[in-house]
Design a protein around this ligand. Structure first.
Ligand SMILES: [Zn+2]
Length: 445
């Protein structure tokens, strides 16, 4: 500990061995030791004592649409990473679509990296995109450091990012498996969506019926079959249908390399409570019924679902019209995700250890970010300091997102993020932020 420059200590530090009183020694942006709470602080090291506030590893959010450049009026690296920092997130991976250009060639990746470079308040990495016509770009993107590739199996919502049919999926997946990469998939089957009733209008029940569970279930079943056949690694994005869980758990038991995420909105909001016309609740797949939500929580508890990510996907307020068929689909979750998930987790008897597993440890593992996801020697000194028993009412005006549209307005949430630390620097506290200190990350070889 003699080399330590900084010691953070608390009565409650979430470590891989559990929550305990500890002193975390930091040097050169890394954790060098996790010691007993009352260990001697070396001369010259700065001490930060958080008392009873809980120190968590900084959250790793692997599903964020920053939309920068090209749709920066929807969001941007400056605002998205500030919102993330305010919410205890210290690493995000940006999705390849909704920005212009999409991240589907190495040249486009360079454009995105250039735009993000000076605006990142937290660490930022990039997913690539798998399109019908860019199979030849996948390996170069992999070598340029993207963390994997996103594909849609049904229309994505933007014209420049077309979806893959089953044959195209097989071709991309074979290519990606050939270099040991990861394919992450928006799994809704287009034929089931096309045959579902499409009424449109402001009624949430109509919207829900237009994106039925069997669209997800069929797409997941097809994906499992392809992953098995090609011995490929796949990840199911934003799972909403609880009916897909038994086959996912069977595939895992069989050794298929499949992981699954869900999102705060599926875990904390229900179809029954969405007011008609309230398209701030619109996302695809949709928020489903309370009984379905129980299945998702059970699957998180037993490990069938691996992790929780925001799928932060904002737009300008004018695109959130009261017609669910045409309104932009996407929920802004960055700043509130930790508190939202924690509020429901604690009600269901889970501990912060579980939340850290879902939102930091397993997301870091998904992306292969060996330096993130735990408070342990050798990891980056990234932390969120949380007052877990303190509550607040969500005021859209307090959000850092570019567009302050939120499905959580007026809700009372537990868990106030007191401060967020990146590589040993306090980057956010009480609504104030330092200059950007985030780094651009690439996949570890
Ligand atoms: Zn998304």
């Amino acid at each position: 500990m003699s080399e330590a420059e900084l010691v953070l200590r608390s009565r409650r530090v979430v470590t891989p061995e559990g929550m305990r009183a500890a002193a975390v020694a930091v040097a050169a942006g890394r954790i060098v030791a996790v010691l007993p709470y009352d260990a001697d602080v070396p001369a010259g090291a700065r001490l930060e004592d958080f008392g009873d506030d809980v120190v968590l590893p900084g959250l790793v959010d692997t599903h964020v649409h920053v939309n920068d450049p090209g749709r920066t009026e929807w969001e941007g690296f400056w605002t998205a990473t500030r919102a993330a920092a305010a919410g205890g997130i210290t690493t995000l991976l940006d999705m390849p679509l909704n920005s212009l250009p999409p991240t589907t060639t190495v040249g486009n990746l360079r454009v995105k990296q250039e735009v993000a470079r000076d605006k990142a308040h937290i660490d930022v990495g990039f997913w690539g995109g798998a399109l019908p016509d860019n199979v030849g770009d996948l390996r170069p993107l992999h070598e340029a450091g993207v963390f994997g590739f996103k594909a849609f199996l049904s229309p994505s919502g933007v014209d420049e990012f077309p979806h893959l049919d089953q044959e195209q999926l097989a071709r991309s997946l074979a290519e990606i498996a050939g270099f040991g990469g990861l394919l992450i998939v928006h799994a809704e089957d287009p034929h089931h969506l096309a045959s579902a009733p499409q009424h449109g209008g402001p009624e949430y029940a109509h919207f829900l019926a237009s994106r039925p569970r069997d669209a997800e279930d069929t797409a997941v079943a097809n994906l499992i079959a392809q992953a098995k056949r090609l011995d490929a690694r796949v990840h199911v994005l934003h799972l909403s249908s609880g009916d897909a869980l038994p086959m996912i758990s069977a595939a895992k038991a069989e050794g298929v390399a499949i992981t699954v995420e869900t999102c705060p909105h599926y875990l904390t909001l229900t179809a029954e409570e969405v007011p008609d016309g309230a398209s701030e609740f619109k996302c695809c797949p949709p928020i489903r019924e309370a009984a379905n939500q129980d299945l998702l929580w059970r699957a998180l508890a037993d490990g069938t679902i691996d992790c929780v990510v925001t799928d932060h996907s904002p737009s300008t307020a004018d695109l959130k019209t009261d017609d669910f068929a045409t309104a932009w689909g996407g929920i802004s979750g960055l700043q509130l995700s930790l508190s939202a998930v924690w509020t429901e987790a604690r009600r269901r008897g889970h501990g912060l250890q579980d939340v850290v597993r879902w939102m930091s440890e397993r997301t870091a593992a998904l992306a292969g970010l060996a330096n993130k996801g735990a408070i342990a020697p050798g990891r980056d000194a990234d932390f969120a300091v949380l007052a877990p028993d303190e509550s607040f009412t969500v005021d859209p005006a307090a959000l850092q997102h570019r567009n302050r549209v939120t499905a959580y307005a007026g809700r009372t949430l537990y868990g106030v993020v007191r401060s967020t630390w990146l590589r040993g620097h306090r980057i956010a506290a009480d609504g104030t932020f330092t200059e950007p200190r985030g780094r651009l990350l690439t996949r570890h070889p």
